[in-house]
Design a protein around this ligand. Structure first.
Ligand code: OGA
Ligand code: MN
Length: 315
C-alpha cells in the first residue's frame, strides 16, 4: 500500500510554520503550529516537506491526548495497528502503543524488563511492509536523561566509497523480529514472539518511494545476515555497516520535554531509545502511532520478500 505523503517539493517555502534545523542533514524542530486541531492543507504540505527533507521533525509543547494524537497521525497516512508483535494495550485506541520506563508495556506484568528499548533500529523492519512513519508523543519526560537518538541512512549511504556503494546496491538482508534485550524473560513473552514471528528479506539499499534517495537499509537490531555471502563475509560486512550507519556525523540527539512530539521517517533514519533512564528516578511515558509503509524496493527494482508472518494491515 502506498503511503499518502506528498512528493518532496523542495520549492515549498514555509509560510505557516517555522523550521529550525538541528544538524546538517537530519533533524529539525518545527514551531508555530497547534497539533491538537485539524491542520490546514498548507500546514500539512509544509510539515510533510520538512519531514521528508529533515527525516525526523520535533514539536514542543503539544499536550495531546490519544484521540488527538491519532487524529494528527491520520492527516499524514493510514495508521497501522499499535504493534505488529505485541498488539495494543487499550481497546479504545488500537493505534496507540505505550511504553513506560519500567516495563515494555502493561501486558507483561511482574517482569523485570528494564530494557524496554532495543538498540539502533527502524521500526518493525522484519515486516514485509514496515511502518513508513513513527510518531512518538512524550507525555511525561525526565528533566534530564532519556534522550532519543536518530541517524541518517541517506547520509550514511552517500559516505561510502563508490566501489562499496556499487557492491551493497545489489545485496539483500534478512530481518528477523527477536524481541529486545531483556532479563528474566517470561514464557508468555517468548510465546508472544514465537506466535508472531516475522522475517523478511529486504534490499540492503532502499530507494525512498517519495524522494528517490538511496538509504543504507541497515536496521541493526533486526538485520541478521546478508544473502548470498558466506557466513564470515556476512558477519564481517554487517559489523562494518552497523558501525558505519551510526557514525556521530550522521546523527541527531533529541532532548525531550513534557508534551514534545517526534515524527520520523523509518525509510531513511534509524532511532535508538535511551538506556540511561534505567538509572533515573524520573518517570518516562511515551505513546507511539505508526503509519502504513510500502514494500521496500532496491536500486535494481527488486522488492522485498516475506519469509514469515503477515503484512501489516491498516486500521
Ligand atoms: C519507539 C522507540 C524510543 C524512545 O517508540 O519505536 O524506539 O526513545 N522509542 O522511546
Ligand atoms: Mn522504535
Amino acid at each position: 500500500m502506498a503511503v499518502q505523503i506528498a512528493e518532496l517539493d523542495e520549492d515549498v517555502v514555509p509560510e505557516s510554520i517555522e523550521i529550525r534545523p538541528l544538524a546538517i542533514t537530519i533533524g529539525a524542530e518545527i514551531s508555530g503550529v497547534d497539533l491538537s486541531k485539524p491542520l490546514s492543507n498548507q500546514e500539512i504540505t509544509e510539515i510533510r516537506t520538512a519531514f521528508l527533507k529533515w527525516k525526523v521533525v520535533f514539536f514542543r509543547d503539544q499536550p495531546l491526548n490519544h484521540t488527538q494524537q491519532v487524529a494528527f497521525s491520520r492527516q499524514f497516512g493510514a495508521c497501522t495497528p499499535a504493534h505488529a508483535v505485541y498488539g495494543h494495550q487499550d481497546d479504545a485506541f488500537p493505534e496507540v502503543y505505550s511504553i513506560d520506563r519500567d516495563r515494555r508495556d502493561k501486558r507483561y506484568k511482574g517482569e523485570d524488563l528494564r530494557l524496554p528499548w532495543s538498540g539502533w533500529h527502524a521500526d518493525v523492519t522484519p515486516a514485509i511492509n514496515p511502518p513508513a512513519v513513527s510518531i512518538l508523543r512524550g507525555d511525561t519526560m525526565p528533566p534530564f536523561g532519556g534522550d532519543t537518538q536518530f541517524t541518517d541512512l541517506v547520509a550514511a549511504y552517500k559516505a561510502l566509497s563508490p566501489a562499496l556503494r556499487k557492491f551493497v546496491d545489489g545485496l539483500r538482508g534478512i530481518h528477523r523480529y527477536q524481541g529486545n534485550a531483556a532479563v528474566n524473560v517470561s514464557k508468555e513473552y517468548l510465546d508472544t514472539l514465537k506466535q508472531n514471528l516475522i522475517i523478511s528479506e529486504h534490499p540492503l539499499v532502499r530507494v525512498h518511494p517519495e524522494t528517490g534517495e538511496r538509504a543504507l537499509y541497515v536496521s541493526p537490531s533486526f538485520l541478521e545476515s546478508i544473502v548470498d555471502l558466506t557466513p564470515t563475509e556476512s558477519s564481517t560486512l554487517l559489523a562494518m555497516l552497523k558501525t558505519h550507519v551510526t557514525r556521530p556525523e550522521f546523527t541527531v540527539r533529541f532532548k525531550w520535554s513534557n508534551h514534545a512530539l517526534a515524527m520520523w521517517d523509518n525509510r531513511q533514519v534509524l532511532h535508538m531509545g535511551p538506556k540511561d533512564i534505567i538509572n533515573s528516578e524520573y518517570p518516562r511515558e511515551i505513546h507511539r502511532t505508526t503509519l502504513m509503509g510500502d514494500i521496500p524496493v532496491g536500486p535494481n527494482g527488486k522488492k522485498s520478500i516475506s519469509l514469515e508472518g503477515e503484512a501489516i494491515k491498516p486500521i
